[in-house]
Design a protein around this ligand. Sequence first.
Ligand code: ATP
Ligand code: MG
Length: 394
Amino acid sequence: MIPVTPLATDRPSTLAGEISERLNAAIREHLLAAFAPDSTKVLRKFSASEVAELLGVSGQFMRKVHAEGTVPEPDEVRGGRRYYSAQDIWAARDILEGSSRKKGRYVPRRTGDEQLQVWQLMNFKGGSSKSTTTIHLAHYFALRGYRVLLVDLDPQGSLTSMCGISPEIEFDGLTIYDAIRYDDPVPMSDVVQATYFPGLSIAPSRLILSEFETESAVHSNPDQPFFTRIRNALAQVEGDFDLVLVDSPPQLGFLTIAGMAAASSLIVPLTPSMLDVSSTAQFLELAGAYMGVIEDAGAVLQYDHFKFLMTRDEPTDIPSQQLTSFMRALFQDRVMSTTALKSTAISDATMLKQSIYEVVRSDMTRATYDRAKGSMDAVGREVEQMIHQAWGRS
Ligand SMILES: Nc1ncnc2c1ncn2[C@@H]1O[C@H](COP(=O)(O)OP(=O)(O)OP(=O)(O)O)[C@@H](O)[C@H]1O
Ligand SMILES: [Mg+2]
């Protein structure tokens, strides 16, 4: 236990410092107790029916390719049931792709002149589900055979901790800050790390990233102004990925704007509440003004897609449904046709730093799980269609 002594109350600066110190020590202790000594995240195994769904084949087809020996049996077979690791799924994709007549049927990676997709999720309204949507999209795409890079632009590092790296405790490695800072930046390839989730890498974040806000305000490097720095960092690792998902902080600062300048598409998640809708209007007014400023300074902004996503949607809540209809009436297909449903399955999973894809179905009430996963899948599928459209596949 941390000794509880009275806090200084005389000077606000001392008080804030003391509160922070006590909180940090408590968090460290709590997290260490909760996750250590073995604090590494491990991805669960997937059932045969899940794998068939992910590969877009039937259960019968999977049994056939195992019987023929085309695809090796997974290491884990219990009571006649097969359990696959995400690595097994990636390996099966490669094998099946090799013998498939239709190119890209099992390995959907970009080819030829299909451009790297950089999707930024942004809104300065805190809690609009930016990070939750980002991690679900990341897992959706990585499980389907895309090479995904997460860029955590929030100094709070929520996404970083969902990837099994705890910015609050032991993590003192390189962050995205190191690749975009003004003095002596490091190569982006040193910053990007593979995660426990096959197909998913991250450029992590921690508090130091907020230095970029301060430095950008005083630096004027005409060769590499602030809005080029994320784009340049991504260009260094471009060949390794199909999709980059950028999570942004709940503010419209230099980081968010530099992300916007690197993005090829934008998603503005918002919850169907009057407060969110009106703050989103302000956000876009400001974002528009800043986009104009950086365009005047030479940035070329061009988005394949610029969409709203209604999040924490509650189909039984009439006022929120009215607001969603209002947004659709105003902006038609600029509002994504799928919504992310509000679900205890999602909030329970994120409490454990997991996405719904990491939860085993039998660990939850089935109907709750199915509804939440169905909703996240639908959002992922709609984004996947937009990506294919940007690649000229459909
Ligand atoms: N579909 C959902 N159903 C239920 N709860 C959700 C859902 N999406 C997000 N939440 C919950 O809402 C809260 C805020 O979500 P999240 O952290 O993703 O928002 P954010 O926009 O990233 O916030 P911030 O602005 O602080 O970065 C979290 O506690 C999360 O668990
Ligand atoms: Mg967030």
